[in-house]
Ligand binder design. Structure first.
Ligand code: SAH
Ligand code: SF4
Length: 353
């Protein structure tokens, strides 16, 4: 079936859209809430199984909408069983990945906002695969619903969602925010905005819009270098959105929303991990309501650098902490299944393993 003829995705609908459609059909008012609650709270699957709904309406839903846009192509579990990577193919044939991480009482799902990514950071496997497509809000939601169903089957549930999978969410702003808005609905999936974190490479207009939206979603900014000469080498968009301008909009965000920003910093051996750079970073962030998340770079095929060793990572951390910058060294998870940050890249070879 060509793109033009395809059915609309049910998960692209807002609750108001659904209410309007059913009202036009002469259905009673409570019906939209009943279906919404069924799909988002009870995680109903196919409309043929929507038993509380009259058959005629089930048949209509089945005929009118797509309830399934993602096929699981592969699922890989890490040896310690703490992370599971899911490779999906969308109904358009594009590949995306999400990662479910279990850590103590947390069940965190890392989801994709795009297939591939147009930014092309040198250290990131997704960036190296190029841009394939923007995901619709429905497809972003379906990644969440898929893992929520897996957890429900074992009487468990998601606690957090991070938009740190494939892609740059602020280059697909509307779809990403609308997915969160739908999932936030207390009469449906009911995961409140405070449980999400959006990570951006520093797309300035996106941060400004996010500031105006006064969203309760947490914001993370991938910094990785405290000055332009180094950041330009790592992150191509830094030429358009340089460090000083980026920090200025971050300051505006903090002042307007009174919310803290997390700065992500992947430590790359002999590239951005010196004590001098730690001092420069401390100066740059001085006085900002923020937290620095350090992570040792995860290996990726196209970038022949290593993550800093633990000794160097700890001394970088020490400099920040001594300067009064709140910082932590983050755990690395899922490395054996290439499910760590920046390792998500669809490759044919994966399927041949
Ligand atoms: N595009 C967004 C979100 C997806 S990337 C962004 O860049 O923020 C999610 C996180 O993984 C970002 O902080 C990114 O800088 C980081 N990352 C990318 N490649 C990495 C690697 N090889 N090792 C560790 N972190 C990496
Ligand atoms: Fe895109 Fe983020 Fe990877 Fe950079 S780090 S290429 S912005 S996904």
């Amino acid at each position: 079936m060509g793109r033009l003829e395809e059915k609309p995705n049910f998960f692209d609908l807002t609750r108001d859209d659904l209410a309007r459609i059913l009202e036009d059909m002469g259905e009673p008012k409570y019906r939209a809430n009943q279906i919404w609650e069924g799909v988002y709270k009870h995680l109903w699957g196919d409309p043929t199984d929507f038993y509380p709904i009259p058959k005629k309406l089930r048949d209509f839903l089945l005929e009118a909408f797509r309830f399934h846009s993602l096929d699981v192509v592969q699922s890989l579990q890490s040896k310690d069983h703490k992370s599971e990577k899911l490779l999906f193919r969308t109904n358009h044939g594009d590949h995306i990945e999400s990662v479910l991480m279990v850590y103590r009482e947390r069940r965190t799902l890392c989801i994709s906002s795009q297939s591939g990514c147009p930014v092309g950071c040198v250290f990131c496997a997704t960036g190296q695969m190029g841009f394939i497509s923007n995901l619709s809000s429905g497809v972003i939601i379906e990644q969440v619903i898929h893992s929520a169903r897996i957890l429900k089957a074992i009487n468990d549930r998601l606690t957090n969602i991070v938009i740190m999978g494939m892609g740059e969410p602020f280059l697909n702003y509307d779809a990403t925010m609308s997915a969160i808005h739908t999932l936030n609905d207390p009469g449906g999936f009911g995961m409140s905005e405070r449980r999400y974190t959006i990570s951006t490479v520093g797309i300035i207009p996106g941060i400004q819009r996010f500031t105006r939206d006064h969203s309760q979603v947490n914001l993370a900014v991938s910094l990785h270098a405290p000055n332009d000469s180094l950041r330009n080498q790592l992150i191509p968009t830094n030429k358009k959105f340089p460090v000083k301008d980026l920090i200025a909009v971050c300051r505006e965000y903090i002042e307007t929303t009174r919310r803290r920003i997390t700065f992500e910093y992947a430590l790359i051996n002999d590239v951005n991990d010196t004590v001098d750079l730690a001092r420069e970073l401390s100066l740059l962030l001085k006085g900002l309501l923020c937290h620095v998340n350090l992570i040792q770079l995860n290996p990726s095929d196209h970038y022949r650098k290593n993550g800093s060793d633990l000794t160097k990572a700890k001394s970088f951390l020490g400099v920040l902490q001594k300067s009064g910058i709140p910082a932590t060294l983050r755990l690395r998870m899922g490395l054996d299944i290439k499910a760590g940050c920046g390792q998500l890249a669809y490759r044919d070879s994966l399927l041949k393993q």
